[in-house]
Design a protein around this ligand. Structure first.
Ligand code: GLV
Ligand code: MG
Length: 361
């Protein structure tokens, strides 16, 4: 039972801070492209990436060397200030950041620097290694204080990375810890380490995690089909349920084998089919994979629209191509159709493909 009154939940946590959101808007975020703002070469590419990717995320945490923490923070401020069309409620490309972890010496400076300087452009703050609701409460209160001080009129949203065993055990309370909660990402590398899993890969499968076909005629040494299994299925499924329950959004995380675009696409698609809305991108070529995978296919939308049209007022059941459709399958189709509409609003190429669908064909 929460110790706070339901009415207090939507009161600002600091005098003068913006009112917390009652709903998290479904802004397209198929690819969250990570960049290191201390890397001049990467930073120089940011302006031309605006409009080509749903989210650009200035990473301040892992993968940024300790000596570069200050340069990354300051680089992000500069990039946000100088880049047209990046971040804010009407921007085509959202601006997110991943701050340092709450047990690091850098995180407080991250927040006290970023919010006054670029809080009006920052859409989402991603918090790594979240263990429980207390971590979200800490960030929630600081954000409110800084928003009030900076005179911001729009609350900055919070996204948690699920990458500790305790975080997974507390996943529901994390999602419900603040009205600012926007979503969760899977952090397979830290999570594997924290759980003492025996994979050294960043996301993706493992050839040793498999099931094997039974032997025929007791011949255990004869060749048998093996099927690799998804190491992340359980965690992603838990994440999806926790997020859906709280009206926020689940994401796959990093896929470290940049060259293996095929397995990357498979991992992203598994997450999409299970209910995730997007993923991280660690290299520009993963943006194209994410945009493709996290946009419903033309075939799916064609089918979904046929079901919507055939179901009329939504009650009863109909047969289409020998398959039964009813209220529940109509709702499944509406999930797809609504997502397609949201994506078409920001992606002209997709809009053209969806618009070209004819129901007769
Ligand atoms: C991401 O941060 C991970 O640890 O996988
Ligand atoms: Mg991590």
């Amino acid at each position: 039972m929460p110790s706070k009154s339901a009415k207090d939940f939507f009161r600002p946590l600091a005098v003068g801070a913006p009112t917390p959101p009652t709903e998290i808007p479904a802004r397209p975020s198929r690819a969250i492209h990570f960049f290191d703002p201390s890397n001049e070469k990467m930073a120089a590419k940011i302006p031309q990436m605006v409009g080509t990717v749903d989210v650009l995320l200035g990473n301040l945490e892992d993968a940024v060397k300790a000596d570069n923490k200050l340069a990354a923070r300051e680089g992000l401020v500069r990039i946000a200030q100088d880049t047209e069309g990046l971040g804010g409620p009407d921007a085509k490309t959202q601006l997110w950041t991943r701050i340092n972890s709450l047990d690091s010496p850098w995180v407080l400076d991250d927040l006290t620097t970023l919010i006054p300087a670029i809080g009006h452009k920052l859409d989402v703050v991603m918090v790594p290694k979240v263990q429980g609701a207390e971590d979200i409460h800490y960030v929630d209160r600081i954000l409110a204080q800084l928003e009030a001080k900076a005179g911001l009129d729009r609350p900055i949203l919070v996204h948690a990375i699920l990458e500790t065993a305790r975080g997974v055990a507390n996943v529901e309370e994390i999602c419900g810890a603040s009205p600012r909660m926007q979503g969760l990402s899977l952090g397979p590398a830290d999570l594997a380490a924290d759980r003492r899993m025996k994979t050294t890969r960043v996301g993706g499968g493992h050839p040793g995690y498999l099931v094997r076909q039974d032997p025929e005629n007791g011949e255990i040494d004869a060749p048998r089909a093996v099927f690799q299994q998804d190491l992340w299925h359980y965690t992603i499924a838990r994440m999806v349920d926790a997020c859906a329950m709280h009206g926020i959004y689940p994401y796959y995380g990093p896929f470290g084998d940049i060259a293996d675009v095929v397995a990357c696409e498979d991992q992203f698609r598994n997450a999409f089919l299970l209910g995730c809305v997007g993923t991280w991108s660690l290299h520009p070529k993963q943006i194209a994979i994410a945009n493709k995978v996290f946009s419903p296919s033309v075939e799916d939308i064609k089918h979904a629209r046929r079901v919507v049209a055939a179901m009329g007022d939504g009650t009863g059941a109909v047969m289409l191509d020998g398959k039964m459709e009813d209220d529940a399958s109509l709702k499944q189709c509406l999930v797809m159709v609504e997502l397609a509409e949201q994506l078409a609003a920001i992606d002209p190429e997709l809009k053209q493909q969806y618009d070209a669908i004819s129901l007769e064909a």
